[in-house]
Design a protein around this ligand. Structure first.
Ligand SMILES: [Zn+2]
Ligand SMILES: [Zn+2]
Length: 263
């Protein structure tokens, strides 16, 4: 299995996962044109996509979905409530290949790749995080959630790689430019993962197994890549598993990763 991130953060999210038989996009939050351009830039032919899976209906995750799915005739896996919230014009919706609806803990098997939707605490209709498993390796895609509940942490055991949200630094969010209500929403239990909560997960729940931890969905206003990285490294410094954690942690820029990770 290999994966790359095409875009990350409030301006758009999309993760590309490829195995011997299958290639999927998790979210399509850029325009279809930008998604195709970025897939091509990492040496991937968009015609090889098998399907697109949607974590939730926020625009930074579905912005290019309708056009891309129709252009490439891709089956779309999405929760029923999230699909309703897309509010697509009837004609447009009718032209999309809707796959079996996503449901929590009901794995989607596409050739040699299995995707597991896991219910996540986030202010959307029916939000999921995912694990992707193929050939005995597992990747966790864990963004857009206010905190990491035990049932999510449990599913992440054994991951060889983790894409983990590090949305905001608490102090920067409090002192920053967002209106009070938005600050409350972002910091809330159904908001986004702070550096502190990400670090708490790494300190208390993380099994130390992942060779790659890719911090993602950073806020441009309320976080800094160096702060997110430092929070992760400090959390891992005392971990019972000893690794070169400096080499394990990557912070994703908004424009995504310039390369693939192979597991
Ligand atoms: Zn998001
Ligand atoms: Zn969201």
């Amino acid at each position: 299995m290999r994966f790359t991130i095409l875009a990350s953060g409030s301006t758009g999210n999309a993760t590309l996962i490829e195995t011997a038989q299958t290639a999927v996009l998790i979210d399509a939050g850029l325009s279809a044109r930008a998604l195709v351009r970025r897939m091509t830039a990492v040496g991937f032919d968009p015609a090889r996509l098998t399907a697109v899976l949607i974590t939730h209906e926020h625009s930074d995750h579905v912005g290019g979905l309708s056009v891309l799915a129709r252009q490439l005739n891709l089956p779309v896996f999405i929760a029923p409530a999230a699909r309703r919230h897309l509010r697509l014009p009837e004609k447009e919706a009718a032209a999309i290949r809707w796959a079996d609806p996503l449901a929590p803990e009901q794995p989607v098997v596409l050739g040699d790749l299995t995707l597991m939707p896991i219910a996540a605490p986030h202010d959307a209709a029916e939000p999921f995080v995912f694990t992707a498993t193929a050939g005995g390796v597992k990747l966790g895609i864990v963004t857009d959630l206010g905190y990491i509940p035990p049932q999510v942490a449990h599913r992440l055991v054994g991951c060889q790689a983790l894409i983990l949200e590090a949305n905001h630094d608490g102090d920067m969010l409090r002192a920053g430019p967002y209106p009070w209500e938005l600050k409350q929403r972002v910091a809330g239990r159904l908001g986004h993962l702070s550096n502190d909560e990400m670090a708490r997960f790494l300190r208390e729940d993380f099994d130390g197994n992942a060779a790659h931890i890719v911090l993602a969905h950073l806020s441009r206003q309320n976080n800094h890549p160096a702060l997110a990285r430092l929070a992760a490294l400090q959390a891992l410094a005392g971990h019972t598993v000893h690794r070169d954690w400096e080499a394990v942690i990557t912070v994703t820029p908004p424009d995504g990763l310039p390369h693939w990770y192979t597991l």
